[in-house]
Write a protein of this length. Structure first.
Length: 215
C-alpha cells in the first residue's frame, strides 16, 4: 500500500489469480475503487521475463507520475526487480515507459533475500528484505531474518545493509514523520516504522516497530 494523490492504493502480489486486484481508498469521499491488475501485471511480467512462479509484487511507491513496483525474488529464479513506469494515481500506465532494474541482494545466513516493502525518501528507494528457507512466491517458509537498505535512484546502486532481525519477517515499511511521537530527527537520521508478519494463521497480532537509521 502507498499514498498516491488523494488516495491510498493497495495492490495484490499477482502471485495467484485472485491477487491481481487493487483497491484505492479515496480519503476525501471515503469511496473505495476496485481496479483489475491483469493487464499491468502481464506487461510487467513480460518485460521482466518472469513466469508465474517468479512474479510477486511485495512493495509499491508513487511520486510525480512514476510508479515503483518491487518484485520479491523468492521464486525459483530469485529475481529481485524494481519495475518503474509512468502512470496516474488510478494505476493507469504507459506500457512503453516500463523499465526493469534487477537488483542483487545479499543473503541472510546463506538464504537468498527478497524485497518485502519499499518507500521513497529524497533520491532513495528504501526497502525491507527478508529471507525464508523455501523458494516459493506464495508458500511461506521458515523466517531467517530481515534487513533494511536503499537503492540510489540515479545509479541504482545498493546502500549500506542494516540487519534488523535473525527471525522476524518485516513486511511493512514507512517513513515516520516528525510528530509528537517522533521528535525532530538528528541530522542525517531517518525514522522508520516496520510492521512484522508473524506468518502464523493463529496469531492475529502484527507488531509495529520504530527504527532510526543514521547515514
Amino acid at each position: 500500500m502507498c499514498p498516491a494523490g488523494d488516495g491510498l492504493v493497495a495492490v495484490g502480489s499477482g502471485s495467484t489469480a485472485n491477487r491481481r486486484k487493487a483497491f484505492i481508498y479515496h480519503k476525501r469521499s471515503h469511496r473505495v475503487q476496485f481496479i483489475a491488475l491483469d493487464s499491468l501485471y502481464r506487461a510487467l511480467a513480460v518485460k521482466g521475463g518472469l513466469d508465474g512462479e517468479n512474479f510477486n509484487i511485495e512493495g509499491i511507491a508513487f511520486r510525480e507520475g512514476t510508479w515503483y513496483f518491487l518484485n520479491r525474488g523468492n521464486g525459483p529464479l530469485r529475481q529481485n526487480i524494481v519495475f518503474t513506469f509512468k502512470g496516474d494515481t488510478a494505476l493507469g500506465f504507459d506500457q512503453k515507459t516500463i523499465e526493469v532494474h534487477r537488483t542483487s541482494l545479499p543473503p541472510i545466513e546463506g538464504y537468498p533475500s527478497g524485497f518485502s516493502d519499499g518507500v521513497l525518501s529524497g533520491n532513495r528507494l528504501w526497502f525491507l528484505a527478508t529471507a525464508e528457507d523455501k523458494a516459493s512466491n506464495f508458500e511461506d517458509g521458515a523466517n531467517k531474518g530481515s534487513f533494511l537498505s536503499y537503492l540510489d535512484l540515479d545509479s541504482w546502486s545498493l546502500g549500506p545493509v542494516r540487519r534488523l532481525s535473525d527471525q522476524k519477517k518485516l513486511e511493512g515499511l514507512t517513513v515516520y514523520k516528525d510528530s509528537i511521537f517522533a521528535p525532530q530527527a538528528k541530522s542525517g537520521q531517518m525514522n522508520f516504522l516496520f510492521c512484522e508478519d508473524p506468518d502464523d494463521v493463529s496469531n492475529m497480532i502484527c507488531p509495529i516497530y520504530q527504527f532510526a537509521a543514521v547515514d
